[in-house]
Write a protein that binds this ligand. Structure first.
Ligand SMILES: C[S@@+](CC[C@H](N)C(=O)[O-])C[C@H]1O[C@@H](n2cnc3c(N)ncnc32)[C@H](O)[C@@H]1O
Length: 284
């Protein structure tokens, strides 16, 4: 149980006077993006960061024909790891779908603290000194007491603010029709155009899903992918967040294994179990 955590260095705090810090604007711009790195929703970490997929993205940029292609990026969290590719190539792509299944985040603010909700259930409390992962507290009574105490502080602040999950990036690309922000669950049918590239980073993880569920999602994603399209699976591993990924190309009912970055994805065996695979570089 991650409870409580002391905030050692909240760099943004220093730039504001006490009364300014917990404001709606600062929540959108600084506090929630900061908290997103820490939170877990229904057991899924929202962790993401710029450049954690750099080698894979450079491989995509330098080796795949991206002209008029459609990319489906799954489980992007706040999209910070996707932004590099988007900035470089959105102008030549036909479309980029940024998706995640858990986006329904709201918050309440008081003068000294902020409370985050997922589906109206409080999940995290934050003030200058403490982060309390309410969602992680297993003991029912302890959780009820903490929820009561915390809510008490927010009595005068009944208003919920919708957290626009992709606030910054949506603002940046608000006039660009080539990018769409969507709630999408990788286990459900995809209702939009079939796509040419599927990127799925740090979602198909054995600590999140059983092998059976991973195979189910691979089969499901395969239905969304055009022939000659690419399936790209990325795992960032360990304290150094080292990037490991595998890129596969679809040929009818087969996939060809194009390349591994570092050791490749940890679910490679499951991919081989799910699809018929040509040997590495069998087809160029
Ligand atoms: C660790 S983050 C990965 C963020 C980003 N792709 C990266 O690699 O930096 C995992 C994300 O997967 C999302 N996720 C979990 N289950 C999902 C599902 N069934 N469908 C789509 N996204 C899901 C979570 O909401 C979370 O944002």
């Amino acid at each position: 149980m991650l409870f409580p955590i002391k905030i050692n260095s909240l760099k943004y705090y220093k730039n504001f006077s006490k009364n300014e810090f917990f404001s709606e604007e600062n929540s959108y711009n600084y506090i929630i993006p900061f908290l997103l790195k820490k939170i877990k929703i229904l057991n899924f970490f929202k962790t993401s960061s710029q450049h954690r997929h750099l080698q894979t993205q450079n491989y995509i940029i330098n080796n795949l024909n991206l002209k008029d292609k459609i990319i489906l990026d799954c489980g992007v969290s706040d999209a910070s790891s996707s932004i590099y590719l988007i900035n470089k190539k959105l102008n030549i792509l036909k479309h980029y779908y940024l998706t995640d299944n858990f986006i329904n985040i709201k918050f309440k603010i008081s003068k000294k603290s902020i409370l985050l909700f997922y589906n109206n259930e409080p999940i995290l409390y934050f003030n200058k000194y403490l982060l309390i992962f309410i969602a992680d507290i297993k003991n029912f009574f302890l959780k009820s007491i903490i929820k009561y105490k915390i809510n008490y502080n927010f009595d005068n602040y009944k208003k919920f603010y919708d957290y626009v999950f992709w606030y910054k990036i949506e603002k940046k690309f608000s006039n660009n029709k080539n990018i769409t922000f969507l709630k999408y669950d990788i286990f459900t049918p995809w209702k939009h155009n079939n796509v040419d590239i599927i990127i799925i980073g740090n979602v198909l993880n054995k600590s999140y899903f059983s092998d059976k569920k991973i195979i189910e999602s691979l089969k499901n994603l395969n239905k969304n992918l055009n022939n000659n399209g690419y399936l790209i699976i990325i795992d960032n591993i360990g304290k150094s967040d080292q990037e490991n990924s595998s890129i596969f190309k679809k040929y009818g009912n087969y996939y060809s294994h194009c390349v591994d970055i570092k050791n490749g994805t940890r679910i490679k065996k499951l991919i081989y179990k799910t699809f018929k695979i040509y040997p590495k570089n069998f087809i160029s």
